[in-house]
Design a protein around this ligand. Structure first.
Ligand code: ADP
Length: 194
């Protein structure tokens, strides 16, 4: 505790990238505690808006229910607001954003405005059979088999290109997500230290 490595990690601006069911949410919570930065899940934020019945929630509920993506302009507003809050000034873990190349552009603009910089993008690699098994087991409203299969296709088409995008920018770190929860956390921390 308190050594140089811990302090450099404590200001981490990180993106967690990976398909539905890859374990990003679980690991975001664990890393958030370890690194003392907030875990920001756009999926959780949108689900909360739907539960509240806010104007945003009403606008996105139908889109989420079928596993499609909320439009980039709406997501840009959501994320700009959230990253502007006090708790995100010393770093953050983004889970679920960016999900498209235009969203990655938005993130880069917002961070520039805030004079922050991404430290790394952690890519969770998990075989598709495992993803299906995990998501089908979790019984969330947007987790019926048909919706999950659609979300996986949307991931391949819209989100997978971010692997190349962040690879070119030398930010991508690949982590094996098909291990125990503890082992994945250890691999993530190791990837951040290298
Ligand atoms: P999972 O982790 O299972 O992939 P999330 O909880 O991150 O799913 O997101 C659930 C739903 O919320 C998505 O299917 C999508 O409709 C919407 N959503 C979340 N983040 C974004 C985003 N960055 N852009 C567009 N839609 C989003």
């Amino acid at each position: 505790m308190g050594d140089v490595a811990d302090q450099s990690l404590a200001s981490a601006c990180l993106v967690l990238l990976g398909p539905p069911g890859c374990g990003k949410g679980t690991q975001a919570a664990r890393l958030s505690e370890r690194l003392d930065v907030p875990a920001i899940s756009t999926g959780d934020m949108l689900r909360a808006a739907v539960a509240e019945g806010s104007e945003l929630g009403q606008r996105v509920s139908g889109i989420m229910a079928v596993g499609a993506l909320v439009d980039d302009a709406t997501m840009a507003d959501v994320v700009r607001d959230r990253l502007g809050r006090d708790d995100a000034q010393g770093g953050f873990l983004l889970d679920g954003f960016p999900r498209t190349v235009p969203q990655a552009g938005t993130l880069s603009t917002v961070l520039e405005e805030r004079q922050q910089e991404l430290d790394a993008v952690l890519l969770f690699e998990v075989p598709e059979a495992v993803l299906l098994e995990r998501t089908l087991g979790r019984q969330r409203a947007d987790d019926s088999e048909e919706v999950i299969r659609h979300r996986l296709r949307v991931y391949e088409a819209e989100t997978r290109p971010l692997v190349g995008y962040y690879g070119e920018r030398d930010l991508l770190r690949r982590v094996n997500g098909d291990q125990s929860m503890e082992a994945v956390t250890a691999s993530l921390l190791e990837a951040l230290e290298s």
